[in-house]
Design a protein around this ligand. Structure first.
Ligand SMILES: Cc1ncc(COP(=O)(O)O)c(C=O)c1O
Length: 178
């Protein structure tokens, strides 16, 4: 970012909410520079090579480690589930959204991993929010590696626990916690 843009983002800080919505220029600027990393459109399946905005590119950013997005058995099971259950559960797992399929999956994962029980959550972000905010409260301390994922930072805030940050990989050194 140029000096001008750093200055601009400082000004943004002092705008009221309506002004921020009406003058959302930083995004346009970053897009113009061609360095905006988010919301690129894929026109193909998630795979090691994908079609992105008319280019064939190597996908290094996905979590598709096991290649399930292209696995024929998984695709077939997905079709069967759509036929049986429709397009969604229309609610959270807590209320009306738990299917027998969820419980079957969780039972199988628990057996496979050797645990008594397990719970599946849709994303890593949600997992951290759910677990950390459920088990930590205002009387707890969390030692948090500075480089931890944003979801862990958010989860710590949500938990109201006291958070002590440490330099990457050095929780037990004599450094001062911030
Ligand atoms: C440690 C960690 N936590 C959370 C996430 C977020 O996962 P998701 O993109 O599924 O929300 C990631 C993503 O790679 C991660 O590495």
């Amino acid at each position: 970012m140029s000096q001008r843009d750093i200055h601009y983002s400082l000004i943004i800080k002092h705008m009221d909410l309506f002004e921020k919505c009406d003058h959302f220029e930083t995004l346009k600027y970053v897009r113009k520079l061609g360095i905006y990393p988010y919301f690129h459109e894929l026109e193909s399946r998630q795979a090691p090579v994908v079609q992105m905005e008319n280019h064939r590119v190597i996908m290094l950013g996905s979590n598709n480690y096991l290649g399930f997005t292209e696995n024929e058995a998984v695709i077939k099971a997905g079709h069967a589930a759509l036929d049986k259950y429709g397009t969604g559960v229309s609610g959270s797992r807590f209320l009306n959204g738990t299917l027998d399929l969820h419980l079957q999956l969780e039972k199988e994962i628990a057996e496979f991993t050797g645990y008594e029980e397990c719970m599946t959550v849709s994303t890593g972000f949600q997992t951290n929010l759910a677990i950390i905010s459920a088990i930590c409260g205002k009387d707890d301390y969390i030692l948090n590696d500075r480089e931890n994922h944003a979801s862990i930072y958010d989860a710590c805030r949500l938990s109201y626990a006291k958070v002590l940050r440490y330099r990457e990989g050095a929780p037990l050194s004599s450094q001062r916690y911030a």
